[in-house]
Design a protein around this ligand. Sequence first.
Ligand SMILES: Cc1ncc(COP(=O)(O)O)c(C=O)c1O
Length: 362
Amino acid sequence: MVKFLDLNKQYLSIKKEIDEAISFVINDAAFVGGKYLSLFEENFSKYVGCNFCIGVANGTDALEIAIECLDLPKGSEIIVPANSWISSSESVVRLGYNVVFCDVKNDYLMDKKDLKEKISDNTSAIMPVHLYGQICEMNEIVKIANENDLKIIEDSAQAHGAVYEGKKAGTFGDVGCYSFYPGKNLGAYGDGGAIVTNNPEIAKKARMIANHGQIEKHKHLIIGRNSRLDGIQAAILNVKLKHLDSWIERRNEVAKMYINRLSNHSPIALPHVNKNSIHAFHLYVIRNNYRNELIDHLKNHEIETAIHYPKALSDLDVHKNQKNLIKNASKICEEILSLPMGEHLSQDEVIEVCNAVTNFKK
Ligand SMILES: Cc1ncc(COP(=O)(O)O)c(C=O)c1O
């Protein structure tokens, strides 16, 4: 069996460090707030290369709180790529804004041409999603945002460790949002998320919103909520952060093996890696016209796969009142397939996947 993801294997490789870190939190009873959280926030902001990091309960909350911090005009529009996880559009709608979908290119990322066409007098912000571990063309998107006086919220939930023109995900716009869902490149042992920014006002407001609107204990200045990254998750993330770059290196080696063995196999389209970009390969997403048959074929060879995502956001029932014409994302979602990817894979397993893919006849 070639597993899609193997979190138990990862845990066993760092068991001593993790068990010790958890026991420290319990001994210090630093369950909510406290030194392990502060240390992670400091370490992660250094890793990302920004001034502030605020731990929150999950990546969806990070997006909601980040949007709230921007004080965008009521009822205005936020442009979101149609190929993403529901949190990207859900957060916009939950905050009372209108989501406008923008198409994606064959690199699966926001299409700047369509983005320009979707900007209206009512647009207030853009949410580029660095999907599958690759950063969008941020030099172009920042330029478009500046020309149109728009804010940028980067959904970096899948892009821990990704680099574009020397900078990490979440540092190009006004605010960046990360998820530490267990299966992410940097995953907690439960839910977790973070907001990163260089803007002290956004950082201050995000921290207050995430902690019941308090500026200090019992001094509630705004209506907030409870969305905190707990001490145990922070301690686990502190351990895992030390390994993140070597895990991403291994992901890139796996990607190289896929490229070497599959690039001449024409029925399969491999993911594009853009210039000036270090792909963090959270997911390795290929395309094939007979995707569902390919899934069955790989299943017969005991190879696990997944689809990220089976429908474009613009095609989901929940967004059916949206009339934006989205062509490429809808087509892509019928053809995409995520192959096993991660530091858990051995060379033999990657070869097994490649052989099974190249043996697929249709
Ligand atoms: C692109 C994207 N945005 C946002 C999220 C939300 O993160 P969470 O599951 O931590 O709420 C995810 C998580 O899967 C994601 O993949």
